[in-house]
Design a protein around this ligand. Structure first.
Ligand SMILES: [Mg+2]
Length: 372
């Protein structure tokens, strides 16, 4: 048996010129930070993970060093306690799965019981666009073979959500029914500086009516993450599927929302909630229910890859998020830490058979972007 020898955490910053205007942010992003976690065993194998900043992990290395890297359930329990007291340190869970894959010489999707390395994906835009630009983007996605596209709503000026509806109308007029469309209302949580209140049921209902008219497949985060009654009422009131839960911190809170009938589609992200171990457990439990689990994944290329392994491993999702809004959210930016950017063909990603995540880190770029 090998043992965990070392955990190393580095922070990196990629300048973004032109900046990326994330719809949910309100401030232009002129750089893209990534934290890389490397866990090494005493035989020289290394696992990597990323997706959150590992805040509060410092000093907890000794809880893992000397342990069997394959004891993934145990490590996940310790990480859930760290998550309660400090930050979201789930990138270590991803790194431990990558290392475990290297010990077992298996890709993560196979370790999880998967039989098919192909994962269908939807194109997930990230910025607010004017209607004609959004329709152009939808045309690109259609030409690239994506089955579906997610559109962001969060206009505050120039008409608010009614302006966002104009963009959705332009897309529908352009692509007809050749793309499934999803809308992310971005009401579930806020950036630290954002003091706008989330929508209540009464705010979300007229939006849902418009989404029905435009045959939208799901309405994402229409309400505050903890508004169970609002979610129940909205699900009863509309035929559009209600999605959410991308950053609900604890799996127990998410389970309360699921059990209460809040969601048609539940979207925790392995890099931010529960890790691969925790979400594999949740996803398997949901497989035989009416609730669809398809992870949200807007962190970086390593986070996206980890979520795709999870879905290939446990199945059940119609498609998974593929963050892509060129040029300001390009694959090159999203995946800058890897030498093997994650590409899709005809709306499908094919995962490799290489052990673990099957990813090769771009050490040169990471060295040049490392923060002191
Ligand atoms: Mg979202």
């Amino acid at each position: 048996m090998s043992v965990i020898d070392q955990i190393e955490i580095t922070h990196h910053r990629l300048p973004l010129d032109p900046p990326f205007h994330a719809a949910w942010d309100g401030r232009a992003r002129a750089h893209f930070d990534a934290t890389i976690v490397r866990v090494t065993d005493n035989e020289g194998r290394q696992g990597v993970g990323s997706g959150d900043l590992m805040l509060g992990f410092d000093g907890h290395e000794t809880l893992f060093v000397g342990q069997d890297p394959l004891d993934l359930d145990r490590h996940n329990i310790v990480l859930s306690h760290i998550d309660f007291h400090y930050g979201r340190c789930w990138p270590l869970d991803i790194a431990l799965w990558d290392l475990a894959g290297k010990v077992k010489e298996q890709p993560i999707w196979k370790m999880l019981g998967g039989v098919d390395p192909i994962v269908p994906v939807y194109a997930s835009s990230g910025a607010l666009h004017d209607p004609s630009q959004l329709a152009d983007l939808a045309t690109q996605f259609l030409e690239q073979g994506f089955p579906a596209m997610k559109i962001r709503f969060r206009s505050r000026d120039n008409g608010g959500w009614r302006a966002d509806i104009e963009g959705l109308e332009a897309v529908r007029a352009r692509v007809g029914d050749r793309l499934s469309l999803m809308v992310d209302c971005n009401q579930g949580w806020q950036m630290p500086w954002d003091t706008d209140p989330s929508w209540a049921f009464e705010d979300a209902l007229p939006v849902a009516r418009e989404l029905e008219r435009l045959n939208v497949f799901w309405m994402e985060e229409p309400l505050h993450r903890a508004d169970l009654v609002g979610h129940q009422r909205l699900r009863d009131a509309t035929s559009v599927k209600i999605a959410g839960g991308e950053m609900t911190r604890e799996l127990s809170s998410l389970q309360t929302m699921i059990d209460g009938g809040a969601f048609d589609i539940v979207q925790p992200d392995v890099a931010l909630v529960g890790g691969i171990t925790g979400l594999a457990d949740l996803g398997r439990k949901l497989r035989d229910t009416e609730t669809i689990f398809t992870p949200h994944t807007w962190t970086n290329g390593l986070g996206v890859l980890a979520n795709l392994h999870l879905v290939a491993g446990i199945g059940g999702a119609p498609f998974v998020e593929f963050p892509f809004d060129p040029p300001t959210w390009s694959i090159e930016r999203r995946d800058y830490m890897t030498k093997t950017p994650l590409t899709q063909k005809d709306g499908r990603v094919t995962l490799s058979n290489a052990p673990g995540l099957g990813v090769s880190i771009d050490e040169e770029l990471l060295a040049s972007t490392q923060l002191a």
